[in-house]
Design a protein around this ligand. Structure first.
Ligand SMILES: NC(=O)c1ccc[n+]([C@@H]2O[C@H](COP(=O)([O-])OP(=O)(O)OC[C@H]3O[C@@H](n4cnc5c(N)ncnc54)[C@H](OP(=O)(O)O)[C@@H]3O)[C@@H](O)[C@H]2O)c1
Length: 259
């Protein structure tokens, strides 16, 4: 399927590994010029080279912390007028909510709510002027189905979803859309480290915990990041211009609700 975005420029935050990387790959495959990002410059450069090699796309690597104003400046210097923004960042670590002091609470809210809003503020007027914009926010299934120990993640991301819900309606006339992708369990470094931590806590092998979790999902497996990247690319397509303000859960059916 031709997604109608050949020649568009995309900033994909936090994309040297995992779900962000998968989004960058699919946008590059769709013909976009892609800015990839991560803090570890060596990993990022390797990712950029691999995406160039696999897709032939122009891929610009910006090694920076997306949570800082300097990091955001660097991303926008590499792509001052992006057509597509994929907001992504590390999520807060697992923690009992009682153990979160004010500093930890604010760090989670800044990282998963304030930072993506700041980037939207910086790119959206240009998108409106150019009459094309696609903003996808990677949040979490925990927005819809709370998970113990991820309360800060759920709260900050739900805050982002609520904040941008009104913004999405305010720019829809200009062919600028804002949507949310809610990952369930996808096979990434983050998932692997969560599984290892759970296994250590129980004193059992990591593979045992992983197998239990795979079996507990209706699809009987973890998600493949490539599946996530493909959904992201579709939301960024020309054809997706009438989809806005939506939260798409991609979790193999784990969420038990009907709607
Ligand atoms: N995988 C899942 O099953 C799952 C489920 C629900 C929600 N999520 C959420 O989805 C998001 C992506 O998860 P993932 O599984 O893809 O994680 P991951 O495999 O750990 O990858 C995280 C990526 O983000 C980059 N990154 C982290 N902090 C950054 C920062 N401050 N500035 C720039 N880049 C940064 C990392 O590179 P550097 O470390 O080099 O900076 C890496 O490229 C997270 O918010 C996570 O909470 C994931």
């Amino acid at each position: 399927m031709d997604l109608g975005i050949v020649g568009r420029t995309a900033i994909v935050c936090a994309s040297s590994r995992g779900l962000g990387r998968a989004c960058a790959v699919e946008l590059a495959r769709a013909g976009c010029r892609v800015v990839v990002n991560g803090r570890d410059a060596a990993v990022l450069e390797r990712t950029a080279a691999e995406i160039r090699g696999a897709t032939g796309a122009e891929v610009v690597a910006v090694a920076a912390d997306v949570a800082t104003p300097e990091g955001q400046d660097a991303l926008l210097k590499a792509a001052p007028a992006p057509d597509i923004l994929v907001n992504n960042n590390a999520g807060p670590p697992f923690a009992d909510f009682r153990a979160l002091d004010r500093e930890a609470l604010l760090k989670g809210v800044v990282g998963n709510m304030v930072v993506p809003i700041e980037l939207v503020q910086r790119v959206i007027d240009g998108m409106v002027e150019r009459r094309f914009g696609r903003i996808v926010n990677i949040t979490s299934a925990s927005v819809k189905m709370p998970l113990a120990g991820l309360d800060l993640s759920s709260g900050a991301r739900a805050g982002l979803t609520g904040f941008l819900a009104g913004v999405a309606r305010s720019v829809a006339r200009a062919n600028v859309t804002i949507n949310f992708l809610l990952p369930g369990p996808f096979e990434t470094d983050r998932l692997r480290s969560n599984v290892e931590a759970a296994a250590r806590g129980r004193g059992v092998p990591a593979e045992q915990v992983a197998e239990e979790r795979r079996k507990g999902n209706p699809a009987g497996r973890f998600g493949d990041p490539a599946e996530f990247g493909a959904a992201c690319a579709f939301l960024c397509s020309a054809q997706a211009g009438y989809i806005t303000g939506q939260s798409l859960l991609i979790d193999g059916g784990a969420y038990p609700g009907v709607l």
